[in-house]
Write a protein that binds this ligand. Structure first.
Ligand code: ATP
Ligand code: MG
Length: 735
């Protein structure tokens, strides 16, 4: 059948080579829809009117007729398939068909679709009625058959109870695509399912989210409420630091402000540098009051709360400490009125006092140390030799780095401590079954014009998640076939082991080589890049580029990395002087943070990160995974706009096409015998109609001479190769 010929060629790539004109003449005769690539790259629906070997004349749905190269035409699905809830039901799975289907659904307010076992979630950028308004039992009756987050959470819960196996819901997607919101919806549903006082548990989750978001989220250019990690000391224009800083400044009482010596947001260098201090529609003061209630809910006592606020204020004051260098190359602290305070005198003893340096005094007071101690830690490096302690002046750059490193370290430790407290509060009085459902909100694959250390390890983590995904998907497909009594023949899929090896191999992998170079005193980003080129250029997943750049072939596409700052960011040095300072502070939390640091192994960022990824994977391996891929339909963060090329790029990045390809290799069209017999049973003569659905299905296939290699009859479902459903639909229309 020409349908088969078309679908087979379309499956091998994006461009359909319609061999001979058999296929085309069939499309012309039947007036079947085709996709036609426009000069600017977008796809339009149309029907072919005439065609030669190279070119066709296509009548577009907007009434225009245009000449198009044959290579710019792809077969489209019959219109009755528009907006199917699972992409696997599409006969043709080419790019425009997939995009069109998701767009049809999005325009009707259906943001969730399935791609086989994965749930695709398009960000609605507006409240969906469904979420939160129904109680769980009402939901369970009404929505369980349509694709959505509740259904997935429900499946995870049921599997956990039924199989007694831990479950995971793995949510990925790019910044602003809706991962965190989706995770909240899943958690809310699970909390409600949990039985007992589910309302209280649900409320607890809301409070916990409030805390995690205040301390962990910030406004970025892509998302006003983005989950972030380190942005205490450096901000890009138009972005903000963590919400908590603005909340504290806007919402704390006059008494608290006085105790913390707190000023307006605009007085702090760490906050003003990005020229963005508020977010439209966000009331920081109100959020601060809610945050304080949330801290009460997780049983963080008032004293600890005050300690948290003190630490936050100390960080802000630290950021205001400025330095300059005098003629003898000594570091001087500049105060807020521009007065200079000399802090570096050799020998270390005999610092002139008192130091009326505003920022330093405030920071020191809040941290619980003297300003002299703080200034010394910020401007000098102590070297411990056998008998003596030698002090060495820091350069201006080193002093700034040290100040920022202390601020970052304190903030990161505070965040970790809060997470610990939250987890402890969750344990209290809870019935434990020993089984769990983990919800993972993970950073999706990233590619920008300029990709740095952050993208490098985020993409590495995604490479691991992708492998987990591939393995699992195979297992699922296999199980689905086997359950339905069908022979499983292995289908080829794109394995990303090669790329993982490129990262992980010892000693000649990207991560090992990075650590090796980070340990060499004379190394630079350029020597690192050259080392990579020297050792890895024969690796098919690697390509050395000019200067400091290199390229990696990730599963989701090639990414060009710039090694600028790789070594420094990987070392992430925190001098022992700084830790010593914290341990001497009269503040319980700072002392705790310094202890934790001393207990932890001092590892490079890459090694630590790899360890965390392995731990995560190890945990996930022992769970039955459920995958949600979040998609951002437009970059404007607005409802109702669907940008084809943006969606396509994300579908590629999150490997939806891989799933699609995998499914195509098997039997993409799956209909239960009941569905199939209802739709096509009437094509048979009267006598057959009273039989059971399975027999009707078989009779239909026989009547229309569908070749046996084109389908498989399972116990419950009929499995059809790509394109077969179109041919049957054609027969149906002829009647
Ligand atoms: P990041 O990687 O930056 O943390 P993210 O993928 O976690 O991004 P979210 O913070 O979940 O993205 O979503 C961004 C914004 O999109 C939300 O603040 C909200 O305005 C909107 N949004 C996302 N999902 C939904 C949803 N299901 N319903 C309503 N609005 C949503
Ligand atoms: Mg997030």
């Amino acid at each position: 059948s020409p349908y088969v010929a078309l679908s087979a060629t379309a499956s091998s790539g994006n461009v359909c080579e319609m061999e001979g004109d058999d296929g085309i003449s069939y499309f012309i005769k039947k007036k079947f829809r085709v996709w036609c690539r426009q000069p600017r790259g977008q796809w339009e629906l149309g029907t072919i009117q005439t065609a030669s070997a190279e070119e066709a004349s296509v009548s577009l749905s907007n009434g225009n007729v245009m000449k198009v190269g044959i290579s710019e035409i792809l077969p489209a699905n019959p219109d009755f398939l528009d907006g199917v809830d699972d992409l696997i039901k599409l006969g043709y799975l080419n790019e425009p068909s997939v995009l069109h289907n998701l767009k049809c659904r999005y325009s009707q307010g259906m943001v969730y679709s399935k791609a086989g076992p994965i749930l695709i979630a398009l960000n609605p950028f507006k409240e969906l009625q469904m979420n939160g308004n129904d109680d769980v039992s009402a939901y369970r009756q009404r929505f369980i058959d349509s694709p959505n987050v509740y259904a997935m959470a429900d499946a995870a819960y049921n599997n956990m109870i039924r199989d007694e196996v831990n479950q995971s819901i793995i949510i990925s997607g790019e910044s602003g695509s809706g991962k965190t919101e989706t995770a909240k919806i899943a958690l809310q549903y699970l909390a409600a399912l949990g039985g007992g006082d589910s309302c209280a548990l649900e409320n607890e989750f809301i409070q916990i989210n409030r805390i995690l978001e205040a301390f962990g989220n910030a406004k970025t250019s892509r998302n006003n409420n983005s989950s972030r990690f380190s942005r205490v000391v450096q901000l890009a224009s138009g972005e903000r630091s963590f919400h908590i800083f603005y909340q504290l400044c806007a919402g704390s009482s006059a008494v608290l402000k006085e105790r913390l010596n707190l000023k307006d947001v605009s007085e702090y260098k760490y906050l003003v540098q990005s020229d963005c201090m508020s977010i439209d529609g966000v009331d920081d003061a109100k959020n601060f009051h809610q945050l304080m209630k949330a801290l009460d809910t997780v049983q963080i006592c008032k004293e600890d709360q005050e300690m948290i606020f003190k630490i936050l204020a100390a960080i802000l004051w630290l950021g205001n400490v400025l330095f300059q260098v005098d003629s003898e190359n000594h570091i001087e602290v500049v105060d807020d009125e521009g007065k200079i305070h000399r802090v570096c005198r050799m020998p270390f003893v005999g610092l002139p006092a008192p130091y009326a340096v505003f920022s330093v005094t405030n920071a020191a007071k809040l941290m619980g140390c003297s300003s002299q101690e703080l200034m010394a830690a910020l401007s000098m490096h102590k070297i411990q030799s056998d008998q003596d302690t030698i002090t060495k002046n820091l350069t201006l750059r080193q002093a700034i780095e040290r100040r920022d490193a202390i601020a970052k370290f304190i903030y990161a430790s505070l965040f970790d401590w809060l997470v610990d407290q939250v987890n402890k509060s969750l344990e209290v009085g809870k019935r434990r079954t020993g089984k769990s459902i983990s919800v993972l909100d993970i950073y999706g694959f990233q590619t920008f014009q300029k990709n740095s250390f952050e993208q490098f390890y985020i993409n590495y983590a995604n490479e691991r998640i992708q492998q987990h995904f591939n393995r699992h998907l195979f297992k699922l497909e296999k199980e689905d076939y086997e359950l339905d009594g069908i022979d499983w023949t292995k289908v080829d899929f794109e394995d990303n082991q090669g790329c993982l090896d490129l990262f992980e191999k010892k000693p000649l992998g990207l991560l090992s080589l990075l650590d090796e170079e980070s340990n060499l005193p004379k190394a630079s980003d350029l020597t690192f890049a050259n080392k990579l080129k020297h050792h890895l250029n024969t690796n098919p997943c690697f390509r050395g580029e000019r200067g400091r750049a290199f390229r990696v072939c990730h599963y989701a596409g090639e990414v060009l990395y710039d090694t600028n700052d790789f070594l420094e960011k990987n070392r992430d040095m925190l001098w022992s002087d700084s830790i010593q300072l914290l341990s001497s502070c009269n503040c319980e939390l700072l002392q705790l943070f310094s202890k934790k640091f001393n207990q932890s192994q001092k590892q490079s960022v890459a090694t630590k990160f790899k360890g965390q990824v392995f731990k995560l994977m190890h945990k996930l391996e022992s769970t039955a995974p459920h995958f949600i891929r979040c998609i951002k339909p437009n970059a404007k963060q607005l409802p109702g706009i669907y940008d084809d090329s943006l969606v396509l790029q994300q579908l590629k990045c999150c490997g939806v096409q891989e799933v699609v390809r995998l499914s195509r290799a098997g039997y993409p069209t799956r209909m239960t015998h009941r569905e199939f017999s209802r739709r096509y049973g009437f094509l048979l003569s009267e006598a057959n109609v009273s039989q059971d659905p399975l027999s009707i299905s078989v009779a239909v296939l026989q009547k229309f001479n569908i070749p046996s290699e084109m389908f498989h009859v399972g116990y419950s479902k009929l499995y059809l190769r790509a394109g077969q459903i179109g041919a049957l639909e054609d027969k149906r229309k002829q009647v």
